[in-house]
Design a protein around this ligand. Structure first.
Ligand code: CUA
Length: 181
């Protein structure tokens, strides 16, 4: 075998590998595209971002953490360029906490450092997830979707306090947060 035939065989092998990689990427795109357009994710909740602040669930008085008489804890928050409201969330430790959030303008998102809380906030949709913070402490909550020139300054904090202390503060059904007044 001459050097040329060895080189040609090697090139042919690599061409086949590359063709297989491209074919599998295209297959993934086609399958997910068709599959997702045929079956959108269940439980899609929509909301009008233009009237968010004047009526409905996300009016200012309703933002923050609330505890219903049966003990369910819900955090409602709104993201906008370039802040979260409320900017400091108060939650109990060791109790499931449901987050409900949306955006008034562009796509934002947040994660709570050191936990599995991580979600995108898309205008027109309500994002929701439930998580449990294991112990009291304070976490940073940065915006993690690039949302414009002020993106890197878009932060909030999550303060986790003992469950009984939280119950004392939120037990009357009021919205609570750790925003200093
Ligand atoms: Cu909001 Cu990045």
């Amino acid at each position: 075998m001459t050097g040329e035939t060895v080189a040609a065989a090697a090139e042919r092998r690599w061409a086949i590998v590359v063709a297989l990689i491209i074919a599998s990427i295209v297959a993934v795109m086609v399958v997910t595209g068709l599959h997702w357009s045929a079956m959108p994710p269940s439980r899609v909740e929509t909301i009008d971002p233009r009237t968010l602040h004047v009526k409905g669930e996300f009016v200012e008085a309703n933002l923050g953490t609330s505890m219903s008489p049966d003990g369910k804890v819900v955090v409602r928050l709104v993201a906008q360029q370039y802040s979260f409201h409320p900017p400091c969330l108060l939650v109990p430790a060791g109790v499931p906490v449901t987050f409900r959030g949306t955006s008034t303008d562009v796509i934002h998102g947040f994660l709570v450092a050191g936990t599995n809380a991580n979600v995108m906030l898309v205008p027109g949709f309500v994002a929701t997830f439930t998580t449990t913070f294991r112990k009291p402490g304070e976490h940073a909550m940065p915006c993690h979707e690039y949302c414009g020139s002020g993106h890197e300054g878009m932060w909030a904090r999550v303060k986790v306090i003992p469950a009984d202390e939280f119950r004392t503060r939120a037990g009357r059904g009021e919205r609570v947060s750790c925003v200093p007044r």
